[in-house]
Design a binder for this molecule. Structure first.
Ligand code: SAH
Length: 249
């Protein structure tokens, strides 16, 4: 069966999905299905999560706050996103929303908002980011939703870094360090991409990044990109070089 041709509505749920299970939806999802989309008993949808994959489902009981759903057959096996994290300095609201949505679509596993010296927005609304990540995952047919971490200061992040994960520092001053071969060379290793704020990294932050063995500075060509462009471009190149875009490999 081609899962794309079936149910239009996809919902991420925490519940365990198995054939014949009956699950109760969260109030927000119940509201969305029954009040916003006006679905009623018997309507088709699909539910998914990282552990169980995606299942064809039907509405059993359509309450405005409590909707019960019966689980039918599996239509997608779990497909975890490649092991790449996006670390970025939060931007103005619309741009941050854009980065989260595109990162989810491009296939990031975890998202870490990083507070740097020049970060303009220190009030990071992680719950809102997580809700956006869920919505984007529902829309783009992933079976997992990226984890969105609490915002962390750059120094703390680097102090506690898991050393086996390569941290690619997207650095606009490094014309000669093309990111493509660097990503290809680290294929198979857990990776993270660090994109700076609009004002770039401070000299102290650059010095700190330059002193760490797990950090590799890489560039995205000779032009200065906006932070949101850099985040999307870096992820796209990483996916093509070391991720799951090439299914044949
Ligand atoms: N240094 C500039 C621009 C910052 S651009 C300034 O002071 O305004 C914002 C972020 O996007 C940078 O910190 C960097 O991580 C990323 N970036 C932009 N252009 C890039 C390029 N050509 N290569 C790699 N990273 C880039």
């Amino acid at each position: 069966m081609n899962p794309r041709s079936k149910n239009k509505i996809r919902l991420y749920v925490d519940a365990v999905l198995t054939p014949d299970a009956v699950i109760e939806l969260e109030p927000a999802d119940s509201h969305y299905l029954c009040n916003v989309m006006r679905l009623s008993q018997g309507a088709a949808l699909s539910c998914f999560n990282a552990a169980c994959g995606e299942y064809d489902c039907r509405i059993l009981e359509a309450g405005k706050k409590h909707c019960r759903v019966s689980v039918l057959a599996q239509i997608r096996k779990p497909m975890p996103a490649p092991d790449v994290w996006l670390l970025f300095a939060p931007l103005k609201k619309d741009k941050t929303d854009f980065v989260i949505e595109k990162a989810v679509e491009l296939g990031v596993r975890e998202i870490v908002p990083v507070i740097t010296r020049n970060t303009i927005s220190e009030k990071v609304k992680v719950e809102r980011f997580a809700a956006q990540a869920k919505e984007a995952a529902e829309q783009c047919e992933r079976t997992d939703v990226p984890v969105v971490h609490d915002a962390v200061r750059l120094e703390k992040l680097l102090r506690e870094w898991p050393q086996e994960r390569v941290l690619f520092f997207l650095d606009e001053t490094l014309n000669a360090a093309d990111c493509l071969p660097a990503f290809q060379a680290c294929k198979g290793s857990p990776a993270a991409l660090l994109v700076g704020p609009e004002g770039g990294f401070s000299p102290e932050e650059r010095a700190l990044l330059g002193s760490l063995t797990f950090v590799r500075g890489v560039a995205l060509g000779p032009r200065i990109l906006r932070a949101e462009t850099a985040a999307c471009a870096a992820l796209a190149v990483w996916q093509a070089a070391a991720g799951d875009w090439n299914k044949g490999e």
